[in-house]
Write a protein that binds this ligand. Structure first.
Ligand code: GDD
Length: 394
């Protein structure tokens, strides 16, 4: 792959937030590494494969069409460990069983290393309790619904599997070739980074909308434009300079080095992606004290890379967008580094959209603790023994 070196970087404490980088060539051959020009870096196929071998790809899924899941599986490079975390209904039709069968059938042909687990498996709850990791449980003492919750479980399995990087790809993608590109971008970002504490986020070149009059290649999702605006304001209130650096606030497709991933606090459900950025700013921005001095010394990099493929996925309707919108803004509003003036703006915005009434604040979102201190071998041992939905196929 050939892509831009970061052209502009916003520095915030120990964090380097790089502006959007473009891809010039999806496959730049075996010729390994190096600069093509002063501005473009070539990452050869061998280097990409090497990183893919150390990478797990987590697919969170809840009731998606199997055809789409099969397409996504076919787009993931062979050497990555594929981890499906499902919260699909088990009755009246056992959708999870169908997903498991589809994965097993796919693997019979391709022989890939893959895991699948159901989010509500009581054996998984046992394993989490035994290692005293309780932040995924709801009031009824079972694991909560939520995409973030699925992602954390996937990260635990990636860590247990000895992987160094973890990427996330939604299960509802229509284009396997796009999935493949996302993973190549993840690997290229990791190859370009100068620290073990790295996050690579996908910026879609287009998110097309299909209507009766044809396909419209829009650039922004309805929620992401606003989320980015508030994340940028969060930064600007500290630096005193307006910025447009953040372009991927809601990006579901992203990758994190495990060394960084295990230090972060996460926010529940669909607020997970914007809060990853908020938490990186909280922990490593130098505003509030942190216990992670090693990461402060080595620095944290956030890269945003624009794809060549457009992003075609299932549209889930207005209610879902509202949930994502209030979750995204709520995760910024409740941050300990959110400036009071920005809080006022968020309240005004939510009120003008009839999403809050006078005197009301955005809901406080459930937080998920860092998983760095979990005894991961003990977790894996209990999971293997007790989780009946768990399957590992090679
Ligand atoms: N394991 C698990 N548990 N997976 C879930 C759950 C859950 O409770 N809820 C949803 N998922 C899966 C979906 O099946 C899908 O694969 C993925 O999480 C994303 O959910 P969607 O419902 O498809 O969300 P979206 O497409 O509207 O939004 C996506 O893109 C946004 C950016 O445009 C998500 O990735 C958002 O997080 C992202 O901000």
């Amino acid at each position: 792959m050939q892509l831009d070196l970061p052209r502009y970087t916003e520095r915030f404490g120990a964090i380097s937030l790089h502006g959007v980088q473009r891809v010039y060539e999806l496959d730049s051959g075996f010729n390994n590494g190096g600069l093509t020009s002063e501005f473009i870096r070539r990452i050869g196929n061998e280097e990409i494969s090497e990183i893919e071998r150390k990478m797990a790809i987590v697919i969170p899924i809840k009731g998606e069409r199997l055809k789409l899941l099969e397409g996504v599986l076919s787009g993931i490079p062979h050497d990555c460990l594929t981890i499906i975390i499902s919260n699909s209904p088990r009755q009246p039709v056992d959708r999870y069983k169908l997903e498991k069968e589809a994965l097993e059938q796919f693997n019979r042909f391709v022989g890939r290393n893959a895991l699948i687990l159901h989010q509500k498996d009581p054996g998984l709850s046992d394993a989490l309790r035994q290692v005293n990791y309780n932040s995924l449980f709801g009031p009824d003492d079972t694991i909560r619904n939520g995409k973030a919750e699925g992602m954390i479980i996937g990260m635990l399995l990636a860590k247990a599997g000895g992987k160094e990087h973890v990427g996330f790809i939604d299960a509802d993608n229509y284009v396997p070739g796009a999935v493949n590109e996302y993973v190549k971008i993840f690997a290229s970002g990791i190859a370009m980074s100068n620290t073990p504490y790295t996050m690579v986020r996908i910026s879609w070149i287009y998110k097309p909308k299909v209507s009766e009059s044809g396909v419209y290649f829009s650039k922004w999702g309805r929620v992401s434009e606003i989320t980015n605006q508030y994340l940028n304001s969060l930064i600007s209130y500290y630096t005193g300079f307006e910025t447009e650096i953040m372009r991927t606030g809601n990006s579901g497709e992203h990758c994190i080095s495990l060394k960084l991933a295990e230090l972060l606090t996460y926010s529940s459900g669909f607020s997970v992606e914007p809060y990853e950025i908020v938490n990186v700013l909280e922990e490593f921005g130098g505003i509030v004290p942190t216990e992670y001095q090693e990461a402060m010394d080595k620095g944290v990099e956030v890269m945003q890379v624009e794809t060549r493929n457009p992003h075609f996925h299932e549209e889930k309707g207005d209610e879902h967008l509202k949930e994502m919108f209030s979750g995204s803004l709520g995760s910024i509003y409740h941050s300990k580094i959110c400036h009071p003036k920005l809080r006022e703006k968020i309240i005004e915005d939510l009120r003008s959209r009839d999403m809050l009434v006078e005197g009301q604040e955005p809901d406080i979102l459930q937080k998920i603790s860092p998983f760095k201190d979990i005894d991961i071998h003990q977790f894996a041992k209990i999971l293997y023994e007790r989780a009946t939905s768990f399957a590992h196929s090679i």
